[in-house]
Design a protein around this ligand. Structure first.
Ligand SMILES: Nc1ncnc2c1ncn2[C@@H]1O[C@H](COP(=O)(O)OP(=O)(O)OP(=O)(O)O)[C@@H](O)[C@H]1O
Ligand SMILES: O=P(O)(O)OC[C@H]1O[C@](O)(CO)[C@@H](O)[C@@H]1O
Ligand SMILES: [Mg+2]
Length: 530
């Protein structure tokens, strides 16, 4: 019961309402720029999954602090399970067995075969190590330390995969899939794998909810029946078979609909906002004593979900982004005093801009939300562009959409989900660059490329295709294992389940003190712009 109430409490402070982690971390943190709300030097940073409860509670003078930390960690990462509210729910042998003697669809309800020799199941006590570097000093690049001495503390999370015992009879399952937020390469791949895996378990009733959470309330939007046949080739195109949306109904309305339609497994594909919604749905189902498993699959092209190596669609985005950078480079390089500006997605986090800059090797200036910069002034970007034109005749700037928002006028606008609508930093840089060179009487040919929606609409590349496959399958295994209010992700090359509040307490950010950002700076050769 404890973990369910923990999850319910956490639901009330989802992503949007939580204070930024920098405000909640202990005094071993320091801000590296006084005007930055985000840039945190990792001098003894309490690991990125920390939240207000645990950081403020640690007394490092207590000789048992490490044990207490680990106990607290274990309880925070305990996965909510349907037996928390239905203790008498009987487990049954899994119907997921790859040694099938009958074709899929011919399972006899109530008849479950158990192959004693097959060792393909995950033990509930299997764990994955969350942090793999033992930092010897808080001054090590990217150090994430719990205490000022950087004491090594093992932190284990739950291994994802099929369990030997399951908590749903496939013939009693009605599973629904919904895709919310913005598009992301790989959505169709995940939908496809969820459907295929559900069928392998023996589920017959599988539906898609059209256009995100909106599909739960809009009477004109009807469920889409899904089967292996329907989804067979959907991964060959980008977008989402089911459509996406922002905004939509409240949690109570969604759970009313789940009850009315008899949906007892819900697979939710989306980012931070969607996951906050999924956790709220899970909590409301617990409150109403409904036996429903709500499983999230993190979808964010921005790669801004905590604790995961990467989210699906990110690799594809980087690959596509570097094509745009290459075009900007060719334009800039072919023009007299050419400057190419490319804007990439990244509302809070500059992962796409950083990785695409690194992979292309053609970027001179990479600007991300986590690192403040000035455009004007002796150390500003424009002065550096002037230097680049003098030295090599052309320059390429790659900027993430959330970068430099302090330089723009606040739009005060919000989208249907409550996300702030940003001003266009790409257009601003283009205009200011043109103005600057005109004023100093130096010719500059500025070309601006905004490939953002082209990148998002792509189909997943091979590595994302594989990631989506594993995530989709593991989402179904998690539901049959009886978990709810969880999300699935890649953790140090293994797959793990996380309680939703732990992955959305704040957006994952590029650490300006990390080796990766330093590598990016080495590659571009750019100075500090402050
Ligand atoms: N705090 C919240 N609680 C409940 N539901 C939420 C919350 N925040 C957002 N949602 C709902 O989740 C859905 C998607 O949210 P949002 O538009 O923020 O996209 P996202 O999941 O963060 O994905 P993206 O990475 O594309 O922004 C919307 O339907 C929105 O109403
Ligand atoms: O224009 P839309 O659909 O609101 O999406 C834009 C947002 O989507 C994201 O890619 C996240 O999915 C952000 O980087 C961006 O701000
Ligand atoms: Mg979001």
């Amino acid at each position: 019961m404890a973990s369910i109430s923990h999850a319910i409490t956490a639901t009330t402070n989802p992503y949007l309402n939580l204070p930024h982690p920098a405000q909640t971390r202990s005094s071993i943190l320091r801000l590296s720029h006084s005007n930055s709300r985000r840039v945190i030097k990792n001098v003894g940073v309490f690991a990125e999954h920390s939240n207000s409860t645990s950081t403020s509670a640690i007394d490092f003078n207590d000789p048992d602090w490490k044990i207490k930390f680990q106990q607290d960690f274990e309880s925070r990462f305990r996965l909510p399970h349907i037996t928390d509210i239905f203790p008498d729910s009987p487990p049954i042998p899994s119907t997921f067995c790859l040694k099938m003697r009958t074709p899929i669809g011919k399972n006899i309800p109530g008849h479950y075969s158990l192959d004693e020799e097959w060792h393909g199941y995950i033990n509930n006590n299997d764990r994955v190590l969350l942090k793999t570097i033992n930092y010897s000093s808080p001054k090590s690049a990217g150090a994430e330390c719990i205490d000022p001495n950087c004491t090594w503390v093992e932190q284990w999370v739950h291994r994802a995969g099929p369990r030997e015992k399951i908590y749903y009879k496939p013939e009693e399952v009605k599973a629904a899939i919904v895709t919310c937020g913005g598009l992301c390469p790989g959505l169709n791949d995940v939908i496809r794998q969820i459907v295929i895996t559900l069928e392998i378990y023996g589920v017959k009733k599988i539906v898609g909810i059209p256009f995100g959470y909106r599909g739960f309330s809009d009477k004109e939007l009807t469920e889409v029946p899904l089967s292996r046949k329907v989804v067979q080739n959907i991964h060959l195109s980008g977008g989402s078979l089911l459509g996406v949306s922002r905004g939509g109904p409240g949690v109570n309305d969604i759970v009313d609909t789940l009850e009315e339609r008899g949906i007892n497994m819900l697979f939710v594909l989306g980012g931070n906002g969607t996951h906050a919604g999924a956790n709220a749905i899970h909590s409301e189902c617990c409150k109403r004593l409904l036996k429903v498993s709500v499983i999230g699959v993190p979808k964010t092209i921005d790669n801004d979900i905590l604790l995961m190596d990467k989210t699906f669609g990110f690799d594809t985005a980087v690959e596509e982004a570097q094509r745009a950078i290459n075009s900007a480079y060719i334009e800039a390089h072919s023009a007299y005093h050419g400057i190419g500006v490319v804007k990439l997605m990244g509302r809070s986090s500059g992962f796409i801009a950083m990785q695409a800059s690194l992979s292309s090797g053609q970027v001179d200036v990479c600007l991300i939300p986590e690192v403040p910069f000035n455009l004007h002034g002796p150390h500003g970007v424009l002065r550096h562009l002037q230097y680049l034109l003098e030295m090599k005749g052309s320059a390429v700037v790659c900027v993430a959409e959330g970068a430099g928002q302090n330089l723009l006028q606040n739009t005060n606008a919000k989208d249907a989900s409550g996300n702030i609508v940003f001003g266009d930093i790409g257009v601003y840089i283009q205009q200011e660059t043109k103005k600057y060179f005109k004023e100093i009487g130096v010719h500059a040919d500025v070309k601006y490329i905004d490939p953002t929606y082209m990148i998002r609409a792509c189909r997943a590349n091979a590595s994302d295709g594989i990631l989506c496959t594993v995530l989709g399958q593991n989402a179904v295994h998690g539901a049959f294992a009886g978990y709810s209010g969880i999300s699935v992700g890649l953790c140090n090359t293994h797959y793990a389940y996380f309680p939703i509040p732990e992955v959305i307490s704040h957006p994952r950010l590029v650490d300006p003190n990390s080796r990766m950002w330093h590598r990016c700076l080495t590659s571009t050769g750019q100075p500090d712009f402050i």
